[in-house]
Design a protein around this ligand. Structure first.
Ligand code: PMP
Length: 432
């Protein structure tokens, strides 16, 4: 079978979906809010390819822009000879409060890598602080502060000190000396680590969206901003996931807290590979420092690829020209789903909490909205959670079945899709 072939030739199977979770599901097509498996079954999709699909799969406007770019004969000419990068850069600078200058990359992980490099060059310091339970990409420098909460619980049920939970083999030991993890929403912990004076950057998702939806408490982001100013540390918002999902200017525009550097990806190009590292001119301009020893190199064969830039231009133009319609529509769909789910879970004799920010939502099997990673790990009933999401998949609603539990609604979802999701959820919950 295809799955056997994947397992034989692709180390570990394709992506995490087949590796651990749904080996029997092979999706062969996606359109709008739906996924289709090889047997022709349809699934209402809330995984959204790890969240980029703000407009749904195969959005006509974005795809037309991409096809037109390909047909125009645009190719990867390189060496600064392509006019479209400036257009997309101008739009981003115009929309995002924290971006004065930027560079384009192909992925969010690369954007994060460059953000850390810039912060280290700017401060002359090495240490980076990350959030426990945050995710900032797949590379060595920060790739090990997340993943399977079950093994984490077994290892760290007692005590409040977190050793960094390395989730992959092959990470050099030096990383242990240069990356520290603290809990989200804990300003005292942030001050303690920043006060040592050797921290180049603190990087965080302004809403933790890789363990569901964990929101910053009032004053938390403002507090981090003040601490970073006090200790000369670069504040980096990793908006790869929060980015254009919540507002045209990123979550920073909603929160009113402006970071020094910020990274974007995912929704910026509705599923085409594009990342952005941007920020204050003073830091970003290190990319052009006259002294080669002080210059920060940002490179990548596919950076600013015409296909991805065409997709991003189509997305950003639409977001800008129809901002109220887009974000109003996403909020309305989110509220409809939340109300429906609440009415189902209210009747249960076990605790549940639904947390939502616009079109992103998470169901927790615990009695309050979590404040950080430890809270999720210690209090969310993970067994019930996984059983719930697996049963949803079996009944035609696709959520990522394990850790990354955020659901993403797109503008391709209709009221009828939301209502059908609520009906299916009720059936699933009754059978659990
Ligand atoms: N940062 C955050 C907050 C993310 O959610 C992700 C991807 N899930 C990344 C960085 C990495 O982006 P990419 O997968 O495009 O490399």
């Amino acid at each position: 079978s295809t799955v056997d072939r994947q397992r034989q030739y692709i180390a570990g199977g394709t992506m995490s979906l087949n590796r651990a979770i749904t080996p029997s599901k092979l999706f062969v097509r996606a359109k709008g809010a739906y996924l289709y498996d090889a047997d022709g079954n349809e699934y209402i999709d809330y995984h959204a390819g790890f969240a980029p699909y703000l407009f749904g799969h195969g959005d006509a406007e974005v795809d037309e822009a991409v096809i037109a770019m390909i047909r125009s004969g645009a190719s990867l000419i390189g060496a600064g000879t392509m006019p479209w990068e400036a257009e997309v850069a101008e739009l981003l600078v115009d929309c995002v409060p924290g971006i004065e200058q930027l560079q384009l990359t192909s992925t969010g992980s690369e954007a994060v890598g460059y953000a850390l490099r810039l912060a280290r060059a700017h401060t002359g310091r090495d240490v980076v602080v990350v959030m426990q339970g945050g995710y900032n990409g797949c590379f060595d420098y920060v790739s090990y502060n997340l993943m399977d909460p079950r093994s984490f619980v077994e290892d760290h049920r007692e005590g409040d000190e977190y050793p960094l939970s390395v989730t992959t083999a092959g990470v050099p030991k030096v990383i242990d000396q240069t990356v520290r993890a603290i809990e989200f929403n804990d300003l005292a912990a942030a001050e303690k680590v920043l006060a040592k004076g050797d921290v180049a950057a603190i990087i965080l998702e302004p809403i933790l969206q890789n363990i569901g939806i964990v929101k910053p408490q009032p004053g938390y982001l403002e507090g981090l901003r003040a601490l970073c100013d006090k200790y000369g540390t670069v504040l980096i918002f990793d908006e790869v996931k929060t980015g254009f999902r919540h507002a045209l200017g990123g979550y920073q525009a909603l929160s009113g807290v402006t970071p020094d550097l910020c990274t974007f990806g995912k929704a910026v190009a509705n599923g085409y590979p594009m990342g952005v590292i941007g920020g204050r001119r003073e830091i970003m301009s290190l990319c052009a420092h006259p002294d080669p020893k002080k210059r920060v190199s940002v490179a990548g064969t596919y950076n600013g690829h015409p296909v991805n830039v065409a997709a991003a231009l189509a997305c950003l133009t639409r977001l800008k020209t129809r901002e109220a319609e887009v974000y109003g529509g996403l909020e309305r769909l989110g509220a409809r789903l939340e109300a429906g789910l609440k009415s189902i879970f209210e009747k249960r004799n076990y605790p549940t909490t639904i947390v939502r920010q616009g079109s992103a939502f998470a169901v927790y099997f615990m009695d309050h909205a979590p404040v950080n990673w430890r809270d999720v790990v210690m209090n969310n009933d993970m067994e019930r959670d996984i059983a719930y999401r697996r049963a949803l998949i079996d009944n035609g609603v696709f959520h990522f079945p394990v850790v990354t539990k955020q659901g993403s609604i797109s503008l391709a979802h209709t009221d009828a899709d939301i209502d059908r999701t609520i009906e299916i959820t009720e059936k699933v919950v009754n059978s659990l």
